[in-house]
Ligand binder design. Structure first.
Ligand SMILES: *Cc1c(COP(=O)(O)O)cnc(C)c1O
Length: 419
């Protein structure tokens, strides 16, 4: 284990556990590095095949007609994701906004969308119209919503999905667990869901919320039968460098429809200036597979290390990964708060502030969050949060570099020990 003396002081017990954890993770890390090597090659090949040059890195103003940087980024991103086409824009304000554009781009009054992975991510409930005020949800526009639950073991209910697809314009799959404890769905499983849905209805559109999943495996959902997917650039595919934005990728005709919703009918993707954002979006994509690998390694290390210290990690350190999230059961409010204080102390920005639980709007219990990030709210950067309620689990994600991610986890454990 690295000698941090003169910089940080950790108890001998923690250092020994960290050393043991890294030893246990050796094979896991080798797998992660192999995935990163493949994905970096995919990205590099996409850059060179599209002859990216200095002219693509500068932006436009005003209407942004003929912005070759924007149009080429779409093509590079699509190739890297194994998609026919993509729409990558800094003016998607968040993951939720990006998913919303895809819904409204593709669905029409009278259509039905069926979530086949149970309840969607919290913020999607108001978009769909499951809860919230009349602010223009899908439901208000005459688009109905149904839900097929996952089975008790976390597996998709294939026969129910096949049946539901018969009357569904769109099947909606959420790849990552988000802030629940259900398992995340690997790309292969998403492929099986797509097959089941198409058996029921070959015309149904399979749409994937791909947030937190990009570059964790060697392929993405659109290579295994999904028609469309979307995600946030302040998560995986922005590589920790894109300052904002989102992407939609998949079938060309569907991406086109989304472009008409992002701007307006008739204009679609032909307008939309990029200001000075192109360079950051290209650089972020270039970095993304490597930054994602650092985050996944940090996550596996945290799971192994905290398990040695007696906590339960979900997923376990050696489980196959399809996203960058891990939940650790800490068992008490004091430990949850101490853990978050430690993560904050190990952050490059705002390390001196102390996170406190607060009553977040929309949540039943107080929530504590640790995030000291270069990009506000970016969760490919090391961050941790959890509701202050039993079993006092913390959701942990990110780590732009493995070594600093590991340090953050060590500081969190030390803070729990000092408590
Ligand atoms: C983050 C996330 C979203 C929403 O993204 P925001 O940027 O927070 O709006 C949706 N679904 C999943 C699974 C996510 O992880």
């Amino acid at each position: 284990m690295t000698d941090y003396s003169g910089l940080y002081s950790f108890s001998p017990k923690l250092l020994a556990a960290a050393e043991q954890a890294e030893e246990k993770c050796r094979e896991v890390f080798r797998r992660i590095e192999d995935i990163a090597a493949y994905n970096e090659a995919k990205v590099l090949k996409a850059f060179t095949d599209h002859r990216v040059s200095a002219a693509h890195l500068v932006g436009t103003t005003g209407y942004g007609y003929d912005d070759i940087g924007r149009d080429t980024l779409d093509a590079v991103f699509a190739q890297a994701m194994g998609a026919e086409d993509a729409l990558v824009r800094h003016n998607f304000v968040s993951g939720t906004h990006t998913l919303t554009v895809a819904f409204f781009g593709v669905l029409r009054a009278g259509d039905t969308v069926v979530s086949v992975t149970g309840a969607p991510y919290d913020t999607m409930e108001e978009v769909i119209g499951i809860r919230g005020e009349k602010t223009g949800s899908l439901r208000e526009f005459g688009i109905s919503y149904r839900q097929v639950e996952l089975l008790d073991n976390g597996e998709p209910d294939y026969p129910a999905i096949e049946e539901a697809a018969k009357t569904a314009k769109m099947i909606y799959i959420q790849r990552s667990r988000g802030y629940s404890l259900r398992p995340s769905l690997c790309v292969k499983t998403i492929g099986r869901i797509a097959q089941a849905a198409k058996r029921g209805n070959p015309d149904t559109i399979v749409f994937v919320d791909n947030c937190y999943g990009e570059f964790v495996e060697k392929s993405e959902p659109v290579s295994v039968g999904a028609d469309l997917m979307a995600g946030s650039l302040i998560k995986n595919p922005g590589g920790g460098i894109a300052p904002t934005g989102g992407y939609i990728a998949g079938r060309k005709d569907l991406v086109e429809l989304c472009a008409y919703r992002l701007t307006c009918p008739g204009i679609g993707r032909e307008a939309g200036c990029t200001l000075d954002q192109n360079r950051g979006l290209y650089l972020g994509l270039f970095h993304a597979p490597s930054a994602v690998a650092s985050a996944v390694k940090t996550s596996c290390f945290a799971a192994a290390f905290l398990e040695i210290l007696g906590y339960r990690a979900n997923p376990r350190y050696d489980a196959p990964r399809t996203d960058i999230i891990a939940a650790i059961e800490l068992g008490s409010a004091e430990k949850l708060c101490a853990f978050c204080r430690g993560i904050q102390k190990g952050s490059p920005v705002d390390s001196h502030v102390t996170p406190e639980p607060w009553a977040m709007p929309g949540y039943a219990d107080p929530v504590i969050m640790a995030a000291g990030t270069f990009t506000m709210g970016a969760s490919l950067e090391l961050s941790a949060d959890g509701p202050v309620r039993p079993p006092y689990s913390v959701w942990l994600q990110g780590g732009l570099t493995y070594n600093t991610g590991k340090l953050g986890i060590l500081l969190a454990a030390q803070e729990m020990e000092n408590r």
